[in-house]
Design a protein. Structure first.
Length: 329
């Protein structure tokens, strides 16, 4: 699931009589925006590790989804030297209505990127790393080869590191998923992002059933690899539709589900239709666990790679416990 943040380029906002914000954005058009609730207020604190991590990424010419997608958890994660690297450049070939990553003509693939990524993982002394990318519909393999080369480079430099990949949908790229999985990541993640009814508006260029099939195929190709997917709430979905997505993901044998609050990056992106309170996230988590997911992370600030290292340890423990329970029968 791509990370979201507040409206960074809002020039003027005022509270209307109905308690809504009238926001004037880059195009000068006003859009009605719900006021941010108190549970989504984030306190930022200065930490030298944040700037050290930023400097490392600049030196190695690496992009991070933390910055490009304006993640609200950046300061917390970077203070712990956890950064999610976004390979294949910083320009995406798609224009999803929720995403802050730039859209346009991408740069050429950097052949040195896998080696630079491996260096960053070693220098940060990571135990678990998350690799994601922009969509690269312009490439014959959708960028699958660069994912595989990045995994191999990290394995060579830091054999003990566990690796999680968050890939695009590789739509119309036959064989691309197999290339990534042949490199043996520990976790394969592909986010559904939202409910199927909203795909045309929120995720144009993607197909809900294709994304589900991709996740199911990943589990079929490499049953030992954990599969993971995430959605955002607040885009106009109903609670019933969220439950239906859970059922679809379990039918695809997905192990780990993440659910977080959508936060509008700029006034030109899809508006927030509702802010879901923490107690509602707890109910969603309970419903997901009841459906058999090995692990569920559902909070307002949950993002795909948020606490990914700790979550991976919990995933392994959950699988071991489930297998032990089966053996004990």
């Amino acid at each position: 699931m791509s990370d979201r943040a507040s409206e960074s380029d809002v020039r003027d906002a005022r509270v209307s009589a109905g308690g809504l914000l009238q926001i004037e954005g880059r195009g000068g058009a006003a859009a009605t925006e719900l006021p941010r609730p108190p549970w989504l207020r984030i306190r930022l604190s200065a930490n030298p590790e944040v700037e050290r991590t930023r400097a490392l990424m600049r030196r190695l010419k690496l992009n991070t989804v933390c910055e490009e997608a304006a993640c609200p958890n950046l300061s917390e994660c970077w203070a712990e030297r956890h950064a999610t690297v976004m390979i294949l450049g910083s320009v995406c070939t798609r224009a999803c209505a929720f995403c802050n990553v730039a859209t346009g003509l991408p740069d050429a693939v950097d052949e040195n990127e896998p080696a630079h990524l491996a260096t960053a993982v070693a220098e940060l002394a990571l135990g678990h790393v998350v690799i994601t990318s922009v969509d690269r519909d312009d490439l014959p393999d959708g960028g699958a080869g660069q994912f595989a080369r990045s995994i191999s480079a990290i394995r060579a430099a830091s054999p003990a590191v566990t690796i999680e990949v968050l890939t695009p949908d590789f739509r119309r790229k036959p064989g691309a998923l197999g290339v990534v999985l042949a490199a043996a990541p520990d976790v394969y993640n592909h986010n559904l992002e939202t409910v199927p009814r909203l795909y045309r508006r929120v995720r144009p260029g993607a197909d809900y059933r294709h994304s589900l099939a991709l996740l199911a195929e990943a589990k079929q190709l490499r049953p030992e690899v954990f599969t993971k997917s995430g959605i955002m709430v607040g885009l106009g979905e109903s609670d019933a539709e969220v439950l239906e997505v859970m059922d679809d993901l379990r039918a695809a044998d997905v192990d780990f589900l993440t659910i977080g609050q959508y936060l509008r990056p700029t006034p030109s992106h899809a508006r927030v239709e509702r802010y879901v309170p923490p107690e509602a996230f707890e109910r969603m988590a309970e419903a997901a666990r009841a459906r058999g997911f090995l692990l569920v992370s559902a909070t307002p600030l949950t993002r795909s790679s948020y606490h990914a290292d700790a979550d991976f340890r919990r995933l392994r423990e959950a699988r071991a416990s489930r297998l032990a329970a089966v053996d004990a029968r």
